[in-house]
Design a protein. Structure first.
Length: 577
């Protein structure tokens, strides 16, 4: 396993060593320390300040969802779902058709090595274990400080394993900081073994971590983060991808239970529900976390995913601590790597809760504003840039010949673009920048989903409605059957969590081949302005995802690099690859 071991060891200890002598701060200065190779590991763990900086490097391994080189060819994960697309040359033209176990690399949504940037799961896990194995040597840290910092590192290890679970299924368990000379030839764990290992490590960290931290330490792992991650892991594990009567695709890995449990068991949904209710009980007892609610639904929704220390973001990454229009990630968005589709926009209901319908003359005539006032779910306007909305101190001109249409590839392609995180590149310059890996609404909606799957649908509505009420939307209509409520919850997860890397996994865990196939034929809106009147024409914006026409369910999980499989020590390839 030489290549994978290289990723795990990340070449040598010195790559995680840091310079500097000032105290590390997790607030505005979090993760701003530069790396160096001019000190050795004994020096790193000779002082608290150096050890804290080493832990900051562990935190740097947490992923960011903005477009980055070496992943999806600078696209966002949403760009391969039905919610967004990329017309950019070299982008997501035919994601599934070009991804395979031999090439992988920048075509894949998830990489074990992450282009050797130090931000991949294997290098992150190794750095975390190096910290855990050495921090007890630091003379000027109390035992309590050491225990808490080790628990933070453990939770980062658990997070990386949870991501590998979602992309690959059961994987080998890394239990220490392997050295280059070590013979790392561990076989894959079954899904059941892997899930239990991850949950056990989460519980171990949660037993030590504080429920919350002061504002100055915002961004550190907490008990709330641990309990929330446990909900995510168990909900994914309970879903039909792993928890069903048949594997999603037959093959040796399925026979050995590396990619499913081997049966369908309702108790897995109960386990996810129990984890969610445990989180809620802890929240009730300790407070601190809540949805942002000031009475201004649109502003509150923006704050929920953009503002730091908002009481709603449970796990975050901070690659760039300052929002800056010159960042390559934001430039890539302006090039069109994450254009919002009409498919996404049409999911947002009218402000009164009724479904939007282009066949309704009133809706079709005023799809976004009427008499200057918004007519849709407020979350639409903070998720996507739409024609006529406030933008850069004026109204967005997404119509043919308008300023946004002339300037941006993204607007020309579908008539919309991402606003979430991108904002308008003017009003938020200089503000704190973070990526919300896990937010509180996901937990509420996961609890609702687990209640529904347990046949307790009536108990799901309050959790859905907490999310809707913050958005200024009316409560969801009651009386839906289990299947209808399931669809409503999946839709609510789009409305609240679009562009936050949730949709991809929802489609995967529910084995939604129907939606994956539909990505061959996505829609946009061509807007024409005549005087002060707008007309709207639906257009087909994509005929390039040819593999979607021949969808095969083996795409639900990523391929393991064929170079590792060919070494014949037991790393069985995922079915179909």
């Amino acid at each position: 396993m030489k290549k994978l071991t290289k990723y795990i060891t990340f070449s040598s200890v010195v790559l995680m060593l840091l310079s500097g002598c000032e105290d590390l701060k997790f607030g505005n200065d979090f993760l701003e320390k530069s790396t160096s190779t001019d000190v050795n590991i004994d020096e790193v763990y000779s002082k608290k300040v150096y050890a804290e900086q080493a832990l900051a490097e562990v935190y740097r391994s947490l992923p960011e969802g903005l477009p980055v080189l070496g992943r999806l060819k600078y696209c966002m994960l949403e760009s391969i779902t039905d919610l967004a697309d990329s017309p950019k040359s070299g982008g997501i033209v035919d994601y599934f058709g070009t991804s395979n176990s031999a090439t992988g690399g920048g075509n894949l949504a998830y990489r074990l090595d992450d282009d050797n940037s130090g931000r991949g799961p294997c290098s992150g896990i190794r750095r975390a274990y190096l910290f855990i194995e050495n921090v007890d040597r630091v003379p000027d840290m109390t035992q309590n400080e050491k225990d808490i910092r080790k628990a933070e590192a453990k939770l980062i290890i658990a997070y990386h394993n949870s991501n590998m679970l979602r992309y690959y299924g059961g994987m080998p368990w890394i239990s220490r900081s392997y050295q280059p000379q070590d013979n790392f030839t561990t076989e894959r764990l079954t899904v059941e073994e892997y899930v239990n290992k991850i949950v056990a490590l989460i519980d171990e960290a949660a037993a030590v971590l504080p429920w919350s931290v002061p504002a100055a330490d915002d961004g550190r792992m907490t008990k709330a983060a641990a309990m929330a991650l446990k909900v995510r892991v168990l909900l994914f594990a309970a879903s039909p991808l792993f928890n069903d009567d048949q594997p999603y695709t037959a093959g040796e890995a399925a026979d050995k239970r590396y990619v499913w449990y081997g049966n369908k068991d309702q108790a897995r949904w109960q386990r996810a529900l129990d984890a969610g209710l445990d989180f809620m009980r802890e929240k009730e007892e300790n407070g601190q976390y809540d949805l942002v609610k000031t009475g201004n639904p649109r502003a509150d929704f923006q704050a929920s995913h953009f503002n730091r220390n908002n009481g709603e973001i449970l796990i975050s990454s901070r690659w760039h601590t300052t929002y800056n229009a010159s960042l390559m990630e934001f430039k890539q968005i302006s090039y069109g790597v994450a254009v919002s589709t009409l498919n996404l926009v049409d999911m947002f209901p009218m402000a009164d809760g009724t479904d939007f319908n282009w066949n309704n003359p009133e809706h079709a005539a005023n799809p976004f504003f009427k008499n200057g006032k918004p007519v849709r779910d407020p979350r639409l306007y903070e998720t996507c840039i739409v024609n006529g909305d406030a933008y850069a101190g004026r109204k967005a001109e997404c119509y043919i010949g308008g300023r946004e249409y002339k300037k941006y590839v993204m607007i020309k392609y579908t008539g919309f673009s991402i606003r979430k995180f991108y904002q308008d590149l003017t009003t938020n310059i200089g503000k704190f920048c973070e990526w919300p890996i896990l937010r509180l609404p996901e937990i509420y909606l996961s609890i609702a989903e687990a209640f529904n799957e347990m046949g307790r649908s009536a108990e799901a509505y309050p959790y859905i409605n907490m999310v809707r009420q913050r958005a200024g939307m009316p409560e969801l209509n009651t009386g839906l059957d289990q299947s209808q409520l399931r669809e409503a919850i999946l839709r609510e997860r789009v409305l609240e969590l679009a562009y936050e890397e949730v949709r991809f996994f929802d489609l995967t865990r529910w084995k939604r081949s129907d939606i994956w196939k539909s990505t061959y034929n996505l829609s946009g809106l061509e807007i024409t302005k005549t005087g002060s009147t707008f007309s709207y024409n639906h257009v087909n914006v994509l005929n390039k995802r040819n593999s979607a026409l021949n969808w095969d369910d083996h795409y639900f999980l990523h391929p393991i690099p064929v170079t590792e499989v060919n070494k014949k020590y037991g790393l069985i390839q995922n079915p179909g690859w």
